[in-house]
Ligand binder design. Structure first.
Ligand code: TYM
Length: 358
């Protein structure tokens, strides 16, 4: 059976369009295609067997956020609810998925310890994210703690605890999912079991890696000091227009899609493509071909319009729920309850495999 797990950190404010196009669009797509499948199975009279709505789990991974010291208690609490609101505003349907925050399910930490005994230290020290974040001693927010080193093990625990088969994430998480497969394999081999499936990554095509609007050499990121480097889901139309007008381009005339020689333009085209209405899909190259001889500013007005059209209804839903977060808080509570029951059942199996006395 297909089981899907993914998560986002509630670090510093809400989600940006990199999170949205690199991961969220795929979450929605998977949610809807699984729902269609289940409906078909039910219609054909087949028993869906297990509770179908527990085959998709989307989490707000608040424990991972603790590796960032800039996250203050009050804002962590608020950001967690805000990210849940954003999931729902983007189209995540709490009736079709289990939506919860990680810290409400203690089994993540228990499994994390177990898996850490199957993970060679060198593998962790080799993680790109660890190398980048631990060398940035100038950035006092992220310190080279044991938590930062162990971060990918907790992520592996998130995924393996639910025996997930697919993990929809952006390209920057590829190495972490590969490590998860290695850890799962090591555990299975050691205990001569096939308990953990080796999870596969699911990623969007050109938008799996959205870069900074200021400089296509670095990825769009919540931790970038420049607000102009990213577009948040909550940005107003005016803010979006301003950020796009300031976005870096190049000195070549016209618009063409070339990720190697024109990375800034290619990034804007990838964003435009991801933001096209689903009824009117266009690849980055398709869009470029409509602006071959156009001025950069003409393409930028199209891009601004495309983004604002796409985000306006999402922003409205975010504002609605933020004014009235009771519904979302209930969703989180129910989701945590369901996640705990799956997690505890699986953890009992795992403890049995290992020989922990009950
Ligand atoms: P996080 O919170 O940094 O990002 C959430 C998701 O957004 C994707 N993403 C991007 N995609 C394209 N372009 C970008 N510029 C961009 N920036 C972020 C990320 O790839 C991710 O899919 N370690 C994870 C959270 C996590 C997790 C998990 C994910 C913890 N446990 C288990 C999957 C499964 C992270 O920091 O994502």
């Amino acid at each position: 059976p297909t089981r899907i797990f993914s998560g986002m950190q509630p670090t510093n404010g809400g989600l940006h369009i990199g999170n949205y196009s690199g991961a969220m669009l795929n979450w929605i797509e998977l949610q809807n295609s699984i729902a269609r499948n289940e409906a078909k199975i039910a219609k054909d009279g087949g028993g869906a067997g297990e509770d179908s709505s527990s085959s998709l789990l989307f989490s707000i991974v608040d424990l991972h956020s603790l590796t960032n010291k800039a996250v203050q208690p009050a804002s962590l609490r608020k950001n967690t609810v805000d990210v849940a609101i954003e999931y729902v505003a983007c189209g995540i349907d709490p009736d079709k998925v289990v939506l919860f925050n990680q810290s409400q399910v203690p089994a993540h930490c228990e499994l994390s310890w177990i898996l850490s005994c199957h993970t060679a230290l060198g593998r962790l020290e080799n993680m790109i994210q660890f190398k980048e974040k631990s060398k940035k001693n100038t950035d006092s927010a992220v310190q080279s703690t044991y938590g930062l080193l162990a971060y990918p093990i907790l992520m592996a625990a998130d995924i393996l605890l639910y025996r997930a088969t697919h993990v929809p994430v952006g390209e920057d998480q590829t190495q972490h999912v590969e490590l998860t497969r290695k850890i799962a394999h090591a555990f299975n081999a050691h205990y001569k079991t096939d308990y953990f499936p080796l999870p596969q990554i699911v990623s969007t095509s050109e938008s799996k890696r959205i870069m900074s609007l200021q400089n296509a050499a670095s990825k769009m990121s919540k931790s970038d000091v420049s607000e102009n480097s990213r577009i948040n889901l909550t940005d107003s139309n005016e803010t979006i227009a301003k950020k796009i007008s300031k976005a870096a381009t190049d000195s070549t005339i016209g618009i063409t899609y070339d990720t190697v020689t024109r990375p800034n333009i290619a990034n804007l085209l990838a964003i435009a493509s991801a933001m096209m209405p689903s009824t009117q899909p266009l690849s980055p190259a398709d869009i470029a071909s409509q602006f071959t001889n156009a001025k950069h500013s003409e393409f930028k007005s199209f891009l601004t319009q495309t983004i604002t059209n796409h985000l306006a209804p999402i922003r409205e839903k975010i504002e609605y729920h933020q004014a009235n977060p009771k519904y979302i808080k209930e969703i989180l509570q129910k989701g945590s309850h369901r996640a705990r029951s799956i997690a505890n059942r699986n953890l009992t199996d795992i403890k049995n495999i290992i020989g922990l006395y009950e």
